[in-house]
Design a binder for this molecule. Structure first.
Ligand code: ATP
Ligand code: LTN
Length: 334
């Protein structure tokens, strides 16, 4: 199938930290699979990142690291379009127009806005409030059919669909109606130190998180220190044994074994031995990714070329939609 007849996919990740093993299992593995079948746009959402105060030098580095990480995980720059959100001005431009179609109440009811306003109570800015409108612009610019996201982003997708429908209805058909694409069994990886919370790239306790650029030794140490429980049985029980269940999840990802097989394998074995085995297998699983990441990161020119190629392509597609929108709302064409 050529690119014109393929369905379009767009997704993005905010560069608010180094990607974790959770991003690999919950997003990137899925993206890599989708590449051959869909016309894919994968973006690093740096404009979303600045809704929370960032250290400028760190943000710059993390944005490039996220791009390198996408490549290290198997995103192909020949097949997919990989770009940085701020390199395509149409995202901000369409977001402005969509602002004028969004009710205050639609943004203030968003769960992520409520959570982040609590977490960053010293800086509840308008950008944080309008975050989902920018996300709608990201998606609608590319006329995306499908948007692979985690469960937590479903509400933002609903708003995107409402805005598309409102605009199409007020003027005429302009935007494709996107569908969320939530992987059915995308494993949710939990924090190693607090296994009832999601493993997150912005967790302050680095021992909670397995980063995709961690060295094998760091991964082994983090897993050996992971919080378990006072029992000694290796059994999958998310509610009563979240720590052990999370380690079993990680072991299952690294080895392909089922939970039943893992339970059998570790029958009568203490947590110490179990953790050591999980640590070894997970460290080996991540090793090729962290090695590829190091290789790609050391070649800045190569990465810049890919990003510049990606943003050229993204700009062309995005401008086509933006021009239509500007025309419909009555702006003088340029
Ligand atoms: P932040 O800490 O910066 O708020 P985060 O690390 O919690 O972010 P996001 O950047 O919001 O994660 O994640 C992007 C996507 O990656 C999610 O929609 C989800 O699909 C996937 N993802 C992230 N963390 C995990 C996880 N621990 N387990 C499974 N999937 C995850
Ligand atoms: N908000 C998303 C990242 C994101 C995104 C998007 C995802 C920004 N723009 C467009 C899908 C489509 C997040 O935090 N996971």
């Amino acid at each position: 199938m050529d690119a014109d007849t393929k369905k379009v996919i767009l997704s993005g990740i905010t560069p608010s930290g180094i990607l974790t093993i959770g991003h690999l299992t919950g997003a990137l593995i899925n993206w890599v699979r989708l590449q051959s079948e869909y016309d894919c746009y994968f973006m690093i959402a740096d404009l979303h990142a600045i809704t929370v105060r960032q250290n400028p030098a760190e943000l710059r580095q993390r944005t490039l690291d996220t791009a390198a990480m996408f490549l290290a995980c198997g995103i192909s720059p020949e097949t997919s379009t990989l770009f940085i959100q701020s390199h395509v001005p149409a995202h901000s431009q369409l977001a402005w127009v969509l602002n004028t179609f969004t009710g205050m109440g639609e943004c203030s009811k968003m769960t992520q806005f409520k959570d982040k306003s609590k977490k960053h109570s010293e800086n509840v800015n308008v950008g944080l409030f309008a975050y989902p409108i920018l996300m709608a612009a990201d998606i609608l610019l590319y006329q995306a059919d499908l948007v692979p996201v985690g469960e937590d982003q479903k509400q933002h997708l609903e708003l995107t669909r409402n805005l598309a429908q409102r605009f199409n209805h007020y003027y005429s058909d302009t935007f494709k109606m996107p569908e969320p694409f939530i992987p059915e069994v995308g494993a949710r990886i939990m924090s190693l130190q607090n296994p009832t919370a999601k493993m997150s790239k912005s967790d302050e306790n680095k021992n909670s998180t397995i980063f995709l650029n961690d060295k094998p030794e760091e991964i082994r140490n983090k897993i050996k220190r992971a919080v378990t429980d006072s029992d000694t049985v290796v059994r999958y029980d998310e509610e009563n044994k979240p720590g052990v269940s999370n380690l079993m999840q990680l072991y299952s990802i690294a080895t392909g074994k089922s939970f039943a097989e893992i339970e059998k394998q570790f029958e009568g074995v203490g947590y110490g031995e179990f953790k050591a085995e999980v640590a070894d297998k997970v460290a080996e699983y991540i090793r090729p990714i962290s090695e590829r990441f190091a290789e790609i990161s050391s070649n800045k020119k190569y990465l810049q070329e890919i990003l510049s190629f990606g943003s050229d392509k993204a700009n062309k597609v995005a401008m086509k939609t933006l021009r239509k929108v500007y025309k419909k709302v009555g702006l003088v064409s340029f």
